[in-house]
Write a protein that binds this ligand. Structure first.
Ligand SMILES: Cc1cc2nc3c(=O)[nH]c(=O)nc-3n(C[C@H](O)[C@H](O)[C@H](O)COP(=O)(O)O)c2cc1C
Length: 487
């Protein structure tokens, strides 16, 4: 960002400025701090003013001249330039007595700003396909995960120009000048700011965005989710900030359904399992995806019970930071364990077909409904997705009670849930293989059909992963090396 006659500056909205007892001025944003010692009265007055209101270069000059003389103005302007370059200040572009747009920094420190770009008067520019436009604080904000600067359109004409840039072959300097109704040099500065923030791009860059690596494979939403969930380029909170504490009640760890029939499950004899299980090295070596089941010898309720126990059995440990945490066979961020396992059962010896929830604290199945309608649709979807021969015996649906994670974690809640789903899926493969069962993960199940079948709210507890389980045909059964006993 460069200083200019049409600019006003202010401390970025997520930052604070305080005056320490020793006279130092301290700026803070997130976990970052900038301490300015030994500041002259002109600098201190300017910093405090920038914390309170939008201030132009001329106003900074007047303020400094009044408190310590004209000779000190240049030094203060150098300080303001440094604060801008390190993303401590937002900048507004003014024109004809009104603010046209605002540049909102997302990063912090040296090299946190994109290099300033200038327009070419004969080139047409388009809205980047990565630009995400939303309403925030009563303004239209355009931002892209490819830039550390967001833009707020403060004048409706700037919002109109963004809309024009999204259509056809985009917008040129002459169109922009007409749309904004300002002098061409001012329209040029608007264009430069929109280019610097990478909200607008040239036709050549737009072609690269959709036609060439590394950008072409990314969808705007996936890239935005990735960027938001990883710290480094921005200073938005990522981690355990407890954003919902005091706003919504945390949910308990145990997920139970009231008023439905419960099917108690046999407890597996884990001491016996430990003696008879193949070695981990062998399980990892022979593990394979198996896409057919043996209906002449189906999975049994005892096997399903042992499998669920070995992947999902839950022990409640108590309170941590205001929410209940627990232990399961797999690790999970914050020990929050938001994942639940449901079973859409078609064929299982000793268990009626239907939709069940595994109540993992009590080790029992809660029967939620019959295998018909939406449940059949969910099963058909994974059958096709898994390229299955025949129909799976059991379709396990993994859901996430998102509020358990998002009550504590900010910025990476959803990506954390995806990681947990992967951890659980990996364990399901290993346990199924060790038990001689047929495992198959499925990339995507029909979330809407499953939510209807189980009667769960797809926003509170969306399904996030699917797994197909059943008995192996003899030719698919894992072959273990014989264990040799010696006396
Ligand atoms: C998270 C995940 C999602 C998967 N999704 C599907 C799927 O949608 N359809 C499918 O046929 N196989 C799916 N698979 C199985 C893979 O195709 C399989 O693991 C891969 O071909 C390697 O074979 P292997 O498991 O026998 O080593 C998935 C596997 C994982 C781990």
């Amino acid at each position: 960002m460069s200083l200019g006659g049409n600019d006003a500056y202010r401390l970025r909205p997520d930052a604070t400025v305080t005056l320490r007892e020793d006279g130092a001025v301290v700026l803070r944003v997130a976990r970052y701090r900038l301490v300015l010692d030994d500041v002259s009265v002109g600098r201190r007055s300017t910093l405090l003013r920038l914390g309170e209101s939008w201030t132009t270069d001329t106003e900074i000059g007047e303020l400094v001249a009044a408190v310590e003389g004209e000779t000190r103005i240049l030094g203060v302007q150098v300080l303001v330039r440094g604060l801008l370059a390190h993303s401590w200040l937002g900048r507004r572009l003014l024109g004809d007595g009104r603010a046209l747009l605002e540049l909102i920094p997302r990063g912090l420190g040296s090299n946190s700003l994109p290099p300033p770009l200038g327009h070419d008067a004969t080139t047409r520019y388009r809205l980047s396909r990565f630009a995400l436009i939303r309403s925030a604080d009563g303004r239209l904000v355009a931002e892209t995960p490819l830039s550390t600067l967001a833009v707020a359109a403060l004048a409706p004409s700037v919002a109109a120009a963004l809309a024009q840039a999204a259509v056809g072959d985009g917008i040129g300097l002459d169109d922009l000048t007409r749309t904004l109704g300002v002098a061409e040099d001012l329209a040029g500065r608007v264009l430069d700011d929109l280019l610097t923030a990478r909200v607008l791009v040239s036709a050549a860059a737009a072609g690269q965005e959709s036609g060439a690596a590394p950008l072409a494979p990314w969808s705007p939403t996936e890239l935005a989710l990735h960027e938001r969930s990883r710290p480094g380029r921005h200073v938005l909170p990522v981690g355990g900030t407890y954003p919902m504490r005091g706003r919504i009640e945390p949910e308990p760890l145990a997920r139970t359904f009231d008023g439905c029939a419960a099917v108690p499950l046999p407890e597996p004899d884990l001491a016996l399992v430990a003696k008879t299980d193949p070695a981990l090295t062998d399980v990892v070596r022979v593990r394979r995806t198996v896409r057919q089941h043996d209906d002449s010898n189906p999975i049994t309720a005892a096997q399903l019970a042992e499998f669920l126990h070995r992947v999902q059995r839950t022990t409640v440990l108590g309170d941590d930071g205001g929410t209940e945490v627990g232990a399961r066979p797999y690790p999970a961020g914050g020990a929050l364990h938001e994942l639940e396992v449901y079973a859409v059962v078609r064929r299982c010896e000793g268990l009626d077909p239907g939709v069940y929830h595994y109540e993992s604290v009590g080790h029992r199945l809660e029967r939620l409904g019959p295998l018909e309608g939406a449940a059949t649709r969910a099963l058909e979807y994974v059958t096709a997705s898994a390229r299955f021969t025949g129909t799976p015996q059991v379709h396990l649906v993994i859901t996430a009670r998102v509020a358990r994670v998002m009550w504590k974690y900010e910025g990476f809640g959803y990506t954390l849930i995806m990681k947990h789903a992967g951890v659980l899926t990996g364990l399901m493969y290993l346990v199924a293989t060790a038990m001689g069962l047929a495992p198959c993960a499925v990339g995507a199940g029909d979330s809407a059909a499953f939510a209807r079948a189980a009667g769960v709210d797809p926003l509170a507890e969306p399904s996030v992963a699917d797994f197909v389980l059943g008995s192996c045909l003899p030719q698919d059964a894992p072959q273990w090396e014989e264990k040799v006993d010696t006396l």
